[in-house]
Every structure is written in structure tokens, then in C-alpha cells.
Ligand binder design. Structure first.
Ligand code: FES
Length: 228
């Protein structure tokens, strides 16, 4: 088979991306599946805007007013616990003119303040600046239009917190289905419960998410690449 001909550059995302020949144990994926921005954009709309996505573990925000910031499904998010201990997920985007509100990766704060024009928000997301006669007039701020925007859905299983950008998505419990058994295996390893500690690993790759996933399950590269 002429593989090059099977991956015409003008094809729509998803078209002719995969060539599979089970008889020959042949499975090939077009390289642009890993690099073409239009493919990633389509994946964001079809997959990441609809599926439950892991945000973080409750132990990462153990205390009231703890927060971490994270990019999930292409969106910058604040994962935090408010003064009463309730867990939230907000878009880390100022409702005023779209600046990033929280610029630290983690911390503990009684409020968030956007550096651009100084709007402040309580850690429950409510607009907290006192602009009674402010730039837009008192009524402008009524109705929550100046609050941080909550992610459409936020649910947890065993203190593993997930977000969904689709308000009409099925429940997290239904979505996880049998995968809950594997989360149970992880969460039940110690009677004291589990805690996420330490830092994280960050990857920078000139490709979209699939290349990292592909590399992570590629056991064949272990000996030659990781000789230590
Ligand atoms: S963009 Fe945040 S206060 Fe203006």
C-alpha cells in the first residue's frame, strides 16, 4: 500500500489518518495527527469539551483557601477550596478583559486579585471589589456577571476531582463505570487514605497530547533510551 497516498495533506481531520492491516500486523498513523493544529482543535471539540477530565486530588488543596492552577483540556483552571471548605473549579480568566487571574501554580489565599485592573474575587468566585460607583456603575455588577466563571460540572470519586465542560454530560459515576474499581485499588492501599505529595513532571513537546500518551505506553524504547 502506498502509505503517503493514504495521508493526503488536504484531507479533513480524521480522514485517512489511520491505516490498519491486521493480516500484516500493520498499524500506521499519519504524522500530522500528532502535529496538525486543526486535528487538535477537532479533538478538543469532540473529546475534551465533552468528556470528564481529571483535575486533581483533594489532598492537593487540603486546607481551606488552598489553590492550584492547572491547564485541563486547553483551558486554564483554578482548583481551590473556599473559606468554608467547599471545592471549586473556575476558569482562570478575568471576567473583565480576560487576563489570567491567578499566576502562581499553587498557594493559599483569602482572595484572588487580577493584576491588570485590580478586580478582586473571593475564593468562592464572587466579585469582591467595592466599585459601588465604579467604572460601569453600581448595577453593572449585579447578577454575577463579574464573578469568576465556574466550570460547567465538577464532581469527584474518592476525592479524585474531575471537570466536564459540557453541562449536559452524564454523571461522573456513570462515566467512570468499571474504572472505579481501579481507582478503588489505588485509594484503598492505606488505611489512612491517600495523599498526593511532592511535585510533578512537566513535558514540553512539539506535538499534541497523543505523542506523550504514545511514548508513555511504548515499552520498547526502555533499554536503549533509559540505560540508567
Ligand atoms: S482584566 Fe482583570 S481586572 Fe481587568
Amino acid at each position: 500500500m502506498n502509505v503517503a497516498a493514504a495521508y493526503p495533506e488536504t484531507a479533513k481531520p480524521g480522514a485517512n489518518m489511520v491505516v490498519e492491516d491486521r493480516e500484516r500486523h500493520l498499524f500506521r498513523v499519519a504524522r500530522r495527527a500528532f502535529t496538525d493544529p486543526t486535528v487538535l482543535e477537532e479533538e478538543r471539540r469532540q473529546i475534551f469539551d465533552r468528556c470528564w477530565l481529571y483535575l486533581g486530588h483533594g489532598s492537593e488543596i487540603a486546607n481551606n483557601c488552598d489553590f492550584v492552577t492547572r491547564t485541563v483540556g486547553g483551558r486554564e483552571l483554578i482548583f481551590n477550596r473556599d473559606r468554608g471548605g467547599a471545592v471549586h473549579a473556575f476558569l482562570n480568566t478575568c471576567p473583565h478583559r480576560g487576563a489570567t487571574v491567578v499566576r502562581e501554580s499553587k498557594g493559599n489565599a483569602l482572595s484572588f486579585r487580577c493584576f491588570y485592573h485590580g478586580w478582586s474575587f473571593n475564593v468562592n468566585g464572587r466579585f469582591a471589589s467595592r466599585f459601588d460607583e465604579g467604572n460601569y456603575g453600581k448595577d453593572h455588577y449585579e447578577g454575577g456577571c463579574a464573578d469568576l466563571q465556574q466550570v460547567a460540572r465538577l464532581e469527584n470519586y474518592r476525592d479524585f476531582w474531575f471537570v466536564n465542560f459540557d453541562a449536559n454530560a452524564v454523571s461522573l459515576a456513570d462515566y467512570l463505570a468499571g474504572a472505579k474499581d481501579f481507582i478503588d485499588m489505588v485509594a484503598d492501599q492505606a488505611e489512612a487514605g491517600m495523599e498526593v505529595i511532592g511535585g510533578g513532571q512537566q513535558y514540553i513537546i512539539k506535538a499534541n497530547w497523543k505523542l506523550l500518551a504514545e511514548n508513555s505506553v511504548d515499552a520498547f524504547h526502555g533499554f536503549p533510551t533509559h540505560s540508567t
